[in-house]
Design a protein around this ligand. Structure first.
Ligand SMILES: Nc1nc2c(ncn2[C@@H]2O[C@H](COP(=O)(O)OP(=O)(O)OP(=O)(O)O)[C@@H](O)[C@H]2O)c(=O)[nH]1
Ligand SMILES: [Mg+2]
Length: 199
């Protein structure tokens, strides 16, 4: 995909604040600090479009971006950050719930996991939620640069097993550091978006 433009649109919490649903939307979800913002930046080739940080829980709002004036990208706040209070956890859950349930133009969820970690309870509930609401998603195993190629392949098989991934629901190895998986993911997204246009 040739990136001509990538722009921040706005931050929002509740549906009335979302931008109009005029283009297909791709949402990036996963636990806190997993590398959601970095993955999004890698896809658009802009290192600082979405803010990244060593401090987990950095992204607290739903951040909307537009790519090439025709695709909407959404950087969602991460879950599973132990240091936040119960009330923030509840607000987070309500915010995510509203987004995933109500967003009419949501075309694909990029479900991001750390290749070094087994899927958490929160990861598995998110997967169940996506399955339940029949939201198309793809699992991305990021930070692959932290492992050797062989180790990465072993971890991929283990994580796929714990997620119950099948031939239709594939996973992609990814690294924001080396850009591994970037082309494969774009290819997948472009195929999916063109199937929506033609379907
Ligand atoms: N080595 C390596 N580090 C990565 C990779 N992706 C992200 N990181 C690092 O992981 C940390 C968190 O990255 P972010 O992209 O901010 O993660 P996030 O999921 O958006 O975090 P929150 O918004 O806080 O939930 C940063 O220090 C990144 O530099 C990767 O592929 N490889
Ligand atoms: Mg982030």
């Amino acid at each position: 995909m040739k990136i001509i433009s990538a722009e921040f649109v706005k931050s929002a919490v509740w549906p009335p604040q979302y931008p109009l649903a005029t283009m297909p939307e791709i949402a990036f979800v996963g636990r806190s600090n997993v590398g959601k913002s970095s993955l999004m930046n890698t896809l658009v080739g802009r290192r600082k479009l979405a803010k990244t940080s060593n401090t987990p829980g950095r992204t607290q709002l739903i951040n909307f971006f537009t790519v090439n004036g025709s695709i909407s990208f959404v950087d969602l706040p991460g879950y599973g950050f132990a240091k936040v209070s119960q009330s923030i956890k509840k607000d987070w859950g309500d915010m995510m719930d509203a987004y995933l349930r109500e967003r009419q133009n949501l075309a694909m969820v990029i479900f991001i996991l750390d290749i070094r970690r087994d899927p958490s309870e929160d990861d598995l509930s998110l997967r169940d939620w996506l399955e339940h609401y029949r939201i198309p998603y793809i699992s991305i195993l990021t930070k692959a640069d932290k492992l050797s190629n062989n180790q990465a392949i072993v971890r991929k098989k283990l994580i796929e097993k714990s997620l119950g991934t099948n031939a239709q629901k594939k996973t992609i190895l990814f690294s924001a550091k080396t850009q591994k998986g970037k082309e494969e993911l774009w290819q997948f997204l472009e195929n999916h978006l063109s199937s929506l246009e033609n379907g």
